[in-house]
Write a protein that binds this ligand. Structure first.
Ligand SMILES: N[C@@H](CCC(=O)N[C@@H](CS)C(=O)NCC(=O)O)C(=O)O
Length: 312
């Protein structure tokens, strides 16, 4: 079926865990394509046109990059239960943005301490570890990495804030109902949890621990494996794309040759022809020999758009 959700991800990726838990929350069946955690990723690039981050979502010949947009797309296809309940949606999205950036970039360096690396890469060969480090160095070169001391202090601070926030016995972070805030926060803590020695940091935060178990209980939905070659074939055989619009007054016109680039890290510009632009998403058309004509969607927020002649 060409409208099935195909998640391109790998098991140890925290942002992938965010989407897997959302699919569990929604009770959705999905197809699972495992992507390489480091470059080269020829089948990923064939579909995304150059975006290398993990995960991304494919529906036919539409490719959705970045979990902020993927969550919205999943919500549009499966509205219930909502990730954005009306009365808490503003707070939930602000919390989610904080978690996906600040909390995530505290959990990662906290877990990169020797005890964390020993647990997370227990079965990795030394060459694989070296290749991973070499891959991630340029990927995060635009950032100041926290030292273990910085990250431990910051993580304690943030866990303390979250614990205080739950002092009113709320079940979920933005209120009585689950929302996007819970999934954005949970994937960061999930990553730390995978390193048992470092996960002891959660000991002093009982309400947060109980909340984490509530979110984990949503599960990950029902998935069936698919090869990347089959996913490319699905794209090539798709007959149409999701409808898009280029709204007036947003600085660009349909057909412009543009690049789209994340503004935080992994700043690889993706080039294509503009086919969709709103305050929510920017969509480019990209052609690939194997996958055919794809529409690659990015969130507007957190991405820079430039006309190709301006891009350097
Ligand atoms: N803002 C992105 C962040 C995604 C991200 O940083 N993913 C990590 C893995 S969890 C990544 O791409 N690592 C490098 C890679 O997989 O090639 C999102 O929400 O999807």
């Amino acid at each position: 079926m060409s409208n099935e959700l195909i998640l391109h991800h790998y098991a140890t990726s925290p942002f992938s865990e965010k989407i897997r838990l959302i699919l569990g929350f929604k009770g959705v069946a999905w197809r699972s394509v495992t992507v390489p955690p480091i470059m080269p990723k020829p089948d990923v690039i064939a579909l995304t046109g150059g975006y290398r981050k993990t995960p991304f979502l494919q529906i036919g010949a539409d490719i959705y990059c970045d979990t902020a947009l993927m969550a919205r797309v999943i919500e549009a296809h499966y509205p219930e239960p909502s990730l954005y309940p009306a009365e808490i949606s503003g707070m939930a999205q602000m919390l989610a943005q904080w978690a996906d950036s600040t909390l995530f970039w505290t959990a990662i360096p906290y877990t990169a301490q020797p005890a964390g690396l020993a647990a997370l890469f227990a079965n990795a060969r030394p060459e694989a570890l070296k290749a991973f480090a070499a891959d991630r160095a340029p990927f995060t070169s635009s950032m100041v990495r926290q030292t273990p001391a910085d990250a431990t202090m910051a993580l304690h601070t943030y866990l303390g804030w979250l614990e205080m926030h739950m002092a009113d016995e709320r079940d979920f972070l933005a209120g009585g109902q689950a929302s996007i805030a819970d999934f954005s926060t949970a994937h960061c803590l999930w990553y730390v949890h995978r390193a048992p020695e470092l996960a002891r940091i959660f000991g002093g935060y009982p309400k947060l621990r109980a909340w984490f178990e509530r979110v984990r209980a949503f599960g990950r939905g029902e998935s069936t494996p698919m090869t990347s070659a089959d996913a490319i074939d699905v794209a090539a055989k798709a007959k149409q794309h999701a409808p898009t619009e280029v709204q007036a007054g947003l600085g660009f016109s349909r057909g412009d040759a543009i690049t789209v680039m994340p503004t935080d890290y992994g700043r690889d510009p993706v080039a294509g022809t503009l086919v969709g632009l709103t305050n929510i998403e920017v969509v480019i058309e990209h052609r690939d020999e194997r996958a055919g004509t794809l529409h690659v969607h990015f969130p507007r927020l957190g991405f820079q758009i430039r006309k190709q002649e301006q891009a350097t």
